[in-house]
Design a binder for this molecule. Structure first.
Ligand SMILES: Cc1ncc(COP(=O)(O)O)c(C=O)c1O
Length: 380
């Protein structure tokens, strides 16, 4: 969450420099008039920080576009099935539905992400992609999901939009599947206002994704853009130079964002001590990005008191429950009137017990310690 909190003079000068550098706001061409290709530089820097093992890194206009592009690169089309999870953001489901593929939703495990057992049960001959989503900064059980993907030879698109900075073992999320997806919208760990990135494992598919996001352009070296040829039927999902220049500055601040978020997350974890309040499960091998702390509270009257406390102290809740309808498939009858499957209903029952506390670096560590005290004092 905190990227937007520390926007400052660095981002402002980066954007201003674009005016001094020749006012080229487009990521392609104008080679003789520009000093930088900021979007391309941002891609290289993202790859070196987060996805060294992947073969390509591509910046695009949003996380939603990034998912759509990955699905297109895999040639997902009507008649195919794509599996994602019931705790999600509507964007992921929209991108799937937009390809014409059938949406299949798994249940969730105690990490609140894709339940590998449910995934196994839902795979069919038509399954063409698996989309685990690392919701609210915590990795899904990737080792088990990857094992299933290998067993059935089904590619993984890892939606890491909400989890930039989280790790599975020593690998950042986004670098574990066939494609990894980041969002840089205004609520994310690094923001460019709007924006997204795709990491591709396969050089070949990365090339298709790159062409698709830019009207099919092959961007052949030495050939003027107007004389270039198209490799695929594409679309315009390009990132602007404003976002590229802005993103490079945010990326420099990322270690600080992560470290400061971690201190506040740990302050909550150490200081919430209430026999009726449990915490969301995080696998021992994994590391969250510390952007949200999720408490699990069975008793509805106690839960309400905790939510009231969070609202009174202006922390608020993050998505659970304040934007529950946008993050739980149970509410998405506009997508599929039969969406309330057994898996979706079970996920709803788990999520209704959750209260998500945003980690903000504009709030001090002692404010988080005091918040823990206030939560501990809540009674049914
Ligand atoms: C899990 C998840 N996937 C996809 C997206 C879409 O990203 P964007 O807002 O950049 O389109 C979001 C954004 O909130 C998200 O949380």
């Amino acid at each position: 969450m905190p990227g937007f909190e520390i926007i400052g003079k660095e981002e402002k000068s980066a954007v201003n420099r674009l005016f001094e550098e020749g006012k080229i706001f487009f990521a392609h061409g104008f080679d003789n008039k520009r000093k930088h290709f900021h979007v391309r530089e941002f891609e290289t820097e993202l790859k070196s920080v987060f996805a060294q093992r992947m073969s390509d890194s591509l910046c695009v206009s949003s996380g939603t576009a990034a998912i759509k592009i990955a699905l297109k690169a895999l040639n997902i089309r009507p008649g195919d099935e794509v599996i994602t999870q019931s705790f999600n953001f509507i964007a992921t489901v929209e991108a799937i539905v937009d390809t014409g593929a059938k949406l299949i939703l798994t249940g969730i495990d105690d990490t609140l992400n894709m339940d590998p057992r449910s995934l196994s049960n839902l795979i069919s001959k038509k399954t063409k992609a698996i989309v685990p989503v690392h919701m609210l900064g915590v990795p899904a059980n990737m080792p088990s999901i990857k094992q299933i993907s290998r067993e059935y030879s089904i590619p993984i698109i890892e939606d890491a939009c909400e989890a930039i900075g989280a790790k599975v073992g020593d690998t950042f999320v986004g670098g574990l599947g066939d494609f990894g997806i980041y969002s840089f919208d205004f609520g994310k760990m690094i923001t460019t206002g709007e924006g997204g990135a795709i990491f591709s494992k396969s050089k070949k598919l990365g090339k298709i994704a790159r062409m698709y996001h830019d009207h099919g352009h092959k961007n052949l070296e030495g050939i003027p853009r107007g004389k270039d040829t198209a490799g695929v039927i594409g679309f315009n999902y390009r990132m602007t130079e404003f976002s590229g220049a802005f993103g490079k500055e945010q990326l420099k601040k990322f270690p600080r964002i992560l470290e400061e978020s971690k201190k506040r997350f740990i302050a909550l974890k150490k200081n919430i001590n209430h026999e009726e309040i449990k915490f969301r499960h995080i696998r021992i091998e994994d590391q969250p990005n510390y952007d949200t702390f999720v408490a699990v509270i069975e008793n509805s009257s106690l839960r309400k008191k905790v939510i009231d406390t969070l609202n009174r102290t202006s922390f608020g809740t993050k998505n659970l429950p304040d934007a529950f309808n946008w993050h739980c498939a149970y509410f998405w009858k506009h997508v599929d009137k039969n969406i309330r499957t057994k898996e979706v209903k079970e996920a709803y029952k788990k999520l209704i017990k959750c209260v998500a506390i945003p980690i903000l670096i504009s709030r001090s560590i002692s404010e988080y310690k005091n918040l823990a005290k206030e939560i501990n004092a809540c009674k049914r």
